[in-house]
Design a protein around this ligand. Sequence first.
Ligand SMILES: Nc1ncnc2c1ncn2[C@@H]1O[C@H](COP(=O)(O)OP(=O)(O)OP(=O)(O)O)[C@@H](O)[C@H]1O
Ligand SMILES: O=P(O)(O)OC[C@H]1O[C@H](OP(=O)(O)OP(=O)(O)O)[C@H](O)[C@@H]1O
Length: 342
Amino acid sequence: MADFDSIDSSLEGRLLFAVPKKGRLNQAALNLLEGADIQFRRENRLDIALVKNLPIALIFLPAADIPTFVGEGQVDLGITGWDQVQEHDAGVRALYRARRVSGEITPEEEVVQNGRGSGCETVLDLGFGGCKLQVQVPQNGVYNSPKDLIGKNIGTSFVHLARKYFASLELEVDAAKTQTGDQLAGFTSKLRTKIIELSGSVEAACALGVADGIVDLVESGETMKAAGLKPIDTVVESSAILIKSRKPSNPELVELIAQRIRGVITAQKYVLCQYNIRRTTLADASKIAPGKRAPTVTTLDEEGWVAVSVMVEKKKLAPIMDELSKIGAHDILVLDIKNSRD
Ligand SMILES: Nc1ncnc2c1ncn2[C@@H]1O[C@H](COP(=O)(O)OP(=O)(O)OP(=O)(O)O)[C@@H](O)[C@H]1O
Ligand SMILES: O=P(O)(O)OC[C@H]1O[C@H](OP(=O)(O)OP(=O)(O)O)[C@H](O)[C@@H]1O
């Protein structure tokens, strides 16, 4: 069993980097770390791992908690979903709003706190974990628009975003009747829609009579369909992101990691396409495959011919090869990119 005091002292001087400990983002995050040559060995059941080749310690946390740790500055860097950052941000704002309503802080102090936001800054989009946080209702039920759900029961794990969403919906509906000067003023206490916090299997809530509608994540839509639900609005579109605290302990190391991860993402997204073509057709070929910046062109040992090397997005590769072939490119080769740096 590891000794916690020794772990504590071995964290000294290390950049703390939070990684989702389970769930949808876990494996993709570990793949990124491997690609960025962040080497570590995680002891069984231990949520802290020291990186062998860099002054970094990885902290394995639930994706939902990562914005809190990074936002409060206890952890320098983190991988989580944009939805989780938004949920944390909405929670922080709700807290200050409640404190202002109760007179604990002044309206000016609330503005200052809100200006600081959640304390998390987005470093880069990681290009995986794409999903949408959607308002869903039973397919054959009586609700068809989000406004139909005002005053009803909503099941969700995203309580702050759901409150914010229904607060502005209620405000919109009420604005037609009365004008309130204080936008979204006390929505934590005055919300008519009941937000019920659920920690998982949210899609079962309607069938079980716990909720009239839910706010939950959708990717393929399979879970939603299987539960007999349909989407009626999108609250947030999300993907996995790298976040940093406002004042990371080692900004240079944060930049180094960001650069390495950026390189891994580019390498995953692109392949290297090489072909030979007549110099007279080069301009047309460059229009078909312009590359990230520009193609690399070298003269071939044959009069009037050049060899071209260009980065092509994997998802566009097949039609680009067809087009190149059509205009007279020969010996087209496609090579995987193992890593890259801008
Ligand atoms: N179906 C999905 N497709 C893509 N990304 C998803 C999907 N579901 C969740 N995510 C992303 O992964 C993040 C973590 O969700 P996940 O359900 O894996 O959490 P978890 O840590 O396992 O928690 P839980 O115990 O609630 O399942 C979400 O905030 C979202 O950004
Ligand atoms: O649209 P789909 O591709 O079906 O994905 C959506 C499901 O994925 C997430 O849950 P997850 O499976 O991570 O488990 P959870 O319900 O326990 O959170 C989300 O909460 C949905 O239930």
